[in-house]
Design a binder for this molecule. Structure first.
Ligand SMILES: Cc1cc2nc3c(=O)[nH]c(=O)nc-3n(C[C@H](O)[C@H](O)[C@H](O)COP(=O)(O)OP(=O)(O)OC[C@H]3O[C@@H](n4cnc5c(N)ncnc54)[C@H](O)[C@@H]3O)c2cc1C
Length: 422
């Protein structure tokens, strides 16, 4: 693989992501662990940090614990930064799977999210962490083209802008060449990308300014009910009693809630990054999103996916106890680097300068778990976003904060209810 640090090939540790390397440092020191708190949030990824933000907006002073020295060192700092509207499934497929009303609720949640992201980054002075783009889902097989055409129609009939483009039109939108094997693509304007680490640490910092307490470098080990109400969180730095505990630990959630081990599957995701290129491309996906890409603010291209090309290599992998990613796969990085010029001919000769891995958490129905743990008052879960946490990164925390404080939180789709598995 061209231009890659030679240590990458021999080491099974993932190098840091572009976002972690270029993002702002977390300069807030950690206070000692308090003995009591109202809401204790476990995990300072995008979900936990943003939940803390929305809790402070409702007048709370939540406690956030993370085992890393800074927020965003788990998957939230290692992703591709794309806020893909609609989340995991194409709208036509989601309609078949969930029925029209629920599929529309799922899609609309991500549109509410888009508006919230724009509102929040403006309010908190984080505009430079976001940029606007479009999404182009490409098809090389007839059946995928049909699915994307049906999705374009279904979205339009729900009032959401979307269009099927044939290859010449897709090439025009893409801004660079596409191979002749591409049949065309589903075009959706008005999408967002973020600098993941700047966005998440910006949210955490805004929450901390408003009274949330972040205690980093502390590993949560168990959550137990307390007789008479509330919860006791045991960590490697002592215990905290809380009225509410929210487990936002992504693929590590089953460590604290072992009932979820059969439900949450850890899946490795990897990305390669090129040197900056002189053209701009939209976010794109191919082969039902199994290969995907985007562009960082400095013009470099990101390419990820190919996780199903070697059975058993990436899905259901072992998670190290303390690491932030599963072992890095040089073989997968090489496959991605080789795939790039085949997909984007103009990248021939453009060096790949970085590759990194992270972990995603998949569920059998590809919907996350957001809401109350049934029958255990004060215990909440917000995890397993199936590789698509960013398009829910404001709306789910905002709505969950409302529920924790006794409100309806009606914007959480019923398909996300943890009770479906418990
Ligand atoms: C390569 C890759 C590309 C991706 N691309 C995209 C994309 O473009 N768009 C998108 O929407 N999604 C993408 N995702 C998925 C996205 O990153 C996740 O959905 C999202 O980051 C989940 O956020 P989270 O807060 O739930 O998890 P995390 O960010 O993983 O946060 C969990 C936190 O829990 C902490 N923790 C774990 N165990 C403990 C413990 N015992 N005690 C204390 N703290 C603990 C970790 O340190 C971590 O900070 C991608 C993922 C990968 C790996």
């Amino acid at each position: 693989m061209t231009g890659r640090d030679s240590t990458t090939r021999t080491s099974m540790q993932s190098p840091d992501s572009y976002w972690l390397t270029t993002g702002p440092e977390w300069t807030r020191g950690s206070a000692p662990l308090p003995r009591h708190t109202g809401v204790c949030v476990l995990g300072a990824g995008v979900m936990g940090s943003t939940l803390a933000y929305w809790l402070t907006r409702a007048g709370q002073r939540p406690l956030v614990l993370d085992r890393n020295p800074s927020p965003a060192m788990g998957s939230s700092g290692r992703n591709a930064g794309r806020l893909i509207q609609g989340g995991h499934a194409q709208h036509a497929v989601a309609i078949e799977r969930h029925g029209h009303a629920e599929a529309l609720a799922l899609y609309q949640a991500t549109l509410v999210n888009r508006d919230l992201v724009r509102e929040v980054v403006a309010r908190e002075g984080l505009e430079t962490t976001r940029h606007a783009t479009a999404k182009l889902d490409l098809a090389v097989e007839e059946d995928e083209a049909l699915e994307l055409k049906r999705t374009a129609e279904a979205l339009r009939s729900d009032g959401i802008p979307a269009e099927w483009l044939d290859l010449p039109a897709a090439r025009e939108v893409f801004g660079t060449d596409l191979p002749d094997t591409v049949l065309g693509g589903l075009y959706r304007p008005d999408q967002d990308s973020v600098h993941s680490v700047a966005y998440v640490r910006g949210m955490a910092d805004a929450a901390a300014r408003a009274g949330a307490e972040f205690v980093c470098g502390v590993t949560a080990m168990s959550v137990e009910p307390v007789q008479g109400g509330g919860w006791l969180v045991t960590t490697d730095a002592g215990q905290v009693a809380a009225e509410h505990v929210v487990v936002a630990l992504n693929a590590w959630t089953p460590r604290l809630l072992p009932e979820l081990a059969p439900v949450i599957q850890p899946v490795r995701g990897q990305l390669v990054q090129t040197a900056p290129v002189p053209f701009r491309i939209p976010q794109w996906g191919l082969d039902r999103g199994l290969v995907y890409g985007g562009q960082a603010p400095d013009g470099s291209l990101l390419l990820g996916g190919l996780r199903t090309t070697v059975p058993g290599r990436d899905e259901g992998i072992d998670l190290p106890q303390d690491g932030n990613t599963p072992a890095f796969s040089p073989e997968l990085a090489d496959r991605l680097a080789t795939a790039l010029p085949a997909l984007l001919p103009e990248t021939t000769g453009v060096p790949v300068v970085r590759a990194w891995s992270g972990v995603m958490a998949f569920t059998p129905d590809r919907c996350p778990l957001v809401g109350a743990w049934p029958g255990r008052e004060g215990l909440w879960v917000m995890a397993a976003f199936n590789g698509h946490g960013m398009p829910y990164s404001q709306v789910m925390p905002e709505q969950l904060a409302e529920r924790i404080l006794g409100g309806p939180g009606a914007g959480i789709p019923t398909a996300f209810d943890p009770a479906r598995f418990l």
